[in-house]
Design a protein around this ligand. Structure first.
Ligand code: SF4
Length: 287
């Protein structure tokens, strides 16, 4: 941790390596003069960042048909996509740059390896999340998504099953669900595919949030990993606020709190964390 007095800023705050790589990738394409640059879905769930990318001519599209100018470049974002969609994109006739996070690709490989050996796949995660939709594409149509312990309890018996996780899941929940599935299965392989940056963020958050009077979670309101981080903090500290920028902060809550822990989701730029931290320090008379 870094910080002064009673304001602590998480070391793990800021872009995760996958998001950082995807952003650097589009900025490099832009610097090379490629135009237009299309990203399939938002590159990152942070409005401040997507607005600045849009200002540089980097366009977010929801479907392939929206990529009208075939002289442009299509960028696959860090979440990854299904092999079928990958093929469709390759056949579309445009330059494609794959910015799928290498740690997500590792999950694709684990799912594929076991699916080829006849295993069913259970993915612990959010069925609507783009990463999970992509992972399902590697299960050879023998995949199920489980979002909670209750859902896991209702799963059938499996002869052979491979249990994997969305990369940003809470580890304790994943392990509990995996154990329930193991009890129901003849052969069960548990692949803990929560990525290392997420594990580090969760470990640091768990350690610091329980000692804090207030936790400030910085990140987009539409970011699933930021929302999950805020939920993790709420289980450990009774005062948690989720803010996008310092404008969302009610000064009195800062004034009333002695020990403040500031953390952020994987899609939050460090500049926003610093902006929030500077505002809090100003309120505390530290600047
Ligand atoms: S959260 Fe982990 S797996 Fe997902 S993009 Fe970031 S580093 Fe990659």
């Amino acid at each position: 941790m870094s910080g002064k007095d009673n304001i602590i800023i998480a070391k793990s705050a800021g872009f995760c390596p996958g998001v950082k790589r995807a952003i650097e990738c589009v900025l490099e394409l832009e610097a090379q003069g490629h135009k237009p640059i299309y990203t399939l879905g938002p590159l990152i769930h942070n409005k401040q960042v997507t607005d600045s990318l849009e200002a540089k001519g980097i366009k977010e599209i929801e479907s392939l048909e929206e990529a009208k100018d075939k002289n442009g470049v299509l960028v696959i974002r860090a979440h990854g996509i299904t092999p079928a969609f990958q093929k469709e994109i390759m056949d579309y006739g445009m330059k494609v740059v794959d910015a799928t996070c290498l740690l997500v690709k590792k999950v694709h490989n684990v799912i594929e390896e076991y699916a080829k050996k006849g295993y069913d796949t259970v993915i612990v995660g959010d069925s609507k999340h783009a990463e999970v939709i992509g992972l399902m594409g590697y299960t050879q149509n023998k995949g199920i998504v489980v979002g909670s312990i209750e859902e896991a309890q209702h799963l059938p018996h499996f002869e052979k099953v491979n249990v994997v996780s969305q990369t940003t899941q809470k580890e304790a929940t994943f392990l509990e669900i995996a154990n329930i599935i193991k009890q129901k299965s003849k052969i069960c392989n548990i692949s803990n595919t929560i990525c290392q940056p997420t594990k580090q963020r969760q470990t640091e958050t768990t350690k610091c949030a329980k000692d804090a009077d207030l936790v400030v979670v910085v990140g987009g309101h539409h970011s699933a990993n930021t929302a999950r981080l805020a939920k993790l903090c709420s289980d450990l500290c009774k005062n948690v606020i989720h803010v996008e920028t310092s404008k969302d902060i009610e000064p009195q809550i800062i004034v009333n709190s002695k020990k403040i822990f500031i953390t952020a989701g994987a899609s939050t730029p460090i500049s926003l964390v610093e902006e929030v931290a500077n505002y809090i320090k100003t309120l505390k008379g530290e600047k």
